[in-house]
Ligand binder design. Structure first.
Ligand code: NIG
Ligand code: FE
Length: 402
């Protein structure tokens, strides 16, 4: 029989389990389903028991975390990890006042197309190690820097070696060779590229389709183009995700809500009707905020408080990419959300775990029967994630090596 491990020395365990939260007086404890002086038993990678350490059952092995808080591993539900090249000079120019408009994506496309598979694979693996070292245990990865049929498939195949949560973003920008034929490019994305990605006659390479809907940017797609892309993806059974309302107000959020997208991401520039649409789409469409982008582009932050108060589902993710935000750190994102977006530390942790998971169709509780995808903090509570910005206190909990 598979051996079991009892984990103790946990002053605070975040379970995201409403049953553990029920009856707690503190709203943060209630939201996070916190158990104090907790223990858990893991067997075969699955949680077999959770509760107060005083009631813990016996197990084959024991790991004492020595006063470290445990929480569900972070779910980074929006990344662009498959890329080559360097755009640090673009970042430096932005800090000196140059605005972001998506033009730099072209240089990453050129570098990614030129990179051999082994080079891209090594870059992705290094980035995965980097984010695990900061507590992320589940990651979504988009294509979008290939933009030819072959290169999009190549990027998705490499992404799929490290995660099942892959998203086809052929509609990231119109590549230079189609600059005079936008319509032709949308036809390529919604026709041959999508057929190949969806596995018509082969293996499915993506679970979702995404589109950069930003009518104000000549590089991205307007509402009509975005609708065509999303409806085509839906016809072949892909889930929907949208880059919307990042650079200015626009139709992205409304379109995502209307089509029942799993997530609409950025949500930086929202008017009242966008907030109402997201509140009405609660349970279906998650508003995923990416405050590392506003940090790295010197832009105004989205207003999480307004969304939460209206009743919308709010997730947090990194958007790790070479252009608008080259960080893989969910603790940094949580710190920004607390400092700049009006979220409480508990809301930010919930958004970076349970809500982000829901946008990928996953359950991120620490409860009997759930996968033991856990993070551990060199700190007694989740408050330290925002309280100690920039300090590497979080990591994925590797039970065999703990
Ligand atoms: O999510 N906005 C569109 N795509 C990325 C940035 C891509 C890039 O600049 O390389 C984003 O911010
Ligand atoms: Fe993105």
């Amino acid at each position: 029989m598979t051996s079991s491990t009892l984990v103790t020395g946990i002053p605070e365990l975040t379970t995201n389990d409403p049953e553990q939260g029920a009856g707690q007086r503190d709203p943060g404890d209630r939201l996070l389903g916190i158990v104090r002086d907790a223990a858990l038993v893991v067997r075969g990678g699955i949680v077999a028991w959770v509760g107060p350490a005083a009631h813990a059952p016996a197990a084959d092995a024991r790991v004492d975390l020595g006063g470290r808080a445990v929480l569900p591993g972070f779910v980074d539900s929006h990344t662009h990890l498959v890329f080559a090249g360097d755009r640090s000079a673009e970042f430096a120019a932005r800090m000196a006042g140059v605005p972001y408009d998506g033009a730099g994506i072209g240089s990453t496309v050129a570098a990614t197309r030129a990179a051999p598979d082994e080079v891209l694979r090594a870059l992705v693996r290094r980035r995965i190690a980097e984010l695990r070292a900061q507590g992320t245990t589940t990651v979504e990865i988009k294509s979008g820097y290939g933009l030819t049929l072959e290169d999009e498939l190549r990027c998705l195949r490499i992404a799929r070696e490290v995660t099942p949560h892959t998203t086809f973003l052929g509609a990231h920008v119109v590549p230079p060779e189609y600059a005079a034929d936008r319509e032709g490019y949308v036809e390529l994305v919604t026709g041959p590229m999508l057929d190949a990605v969806a596995g018509t006659g082969g293996r499915r390479l993506a679970a979702y389709i995404d589109v950069f809907c930003e009518p104000g940017s000549r590089h991205a797609f307007d509402g009509e183009e975005a609708r065509a892309v999303l409806e085509a993806g839906r016809r072949v059974g892909l889930g929907l995700r949208v880059h919307g309302n990042q650079l200015g107000s626009g139709p992205g959020v409304q379109l995502a809500c209307e089509l029942g997208a799993a997530s609409v991401d950025h949500c930086t520039h929202l008017d009242d009707s966008d907030v109402e649409a997201l509140a009405a789409a609660r349970g279906t469409t998650v508003a995923t905020l990416l405050p590392g982008v506003e940090f790295s582009t010197r832009s105004p932050y989205p207003d999480a408080r307004r969304l939460l108060d209206a009743g919308a589902d709010v997730a947090l993710a990194s958007d790790c990419n070479p252009g608008t935000c080259y960080t893989s750190s969910m603790p940094f994102v949580i710190a920004l959300a607390v400092r700049e977006l009006g979220m409480t530390p508990a809301e930010a942790v919930h958004a970076a775990t349970a809500a982000a998971a829901r946008s990928l169709g996953l359950d991120r509780r620490v409860a009997v029967g759930c996968p033991a995808e856990l993070a551990v903090l060199d700190a007694p509570s989740h408050l330290h994630l925002a309280y100690r910005p920039g300090v590497p206190i979080a990591r994925a909990l590797e039970l065999s090596a703990a």
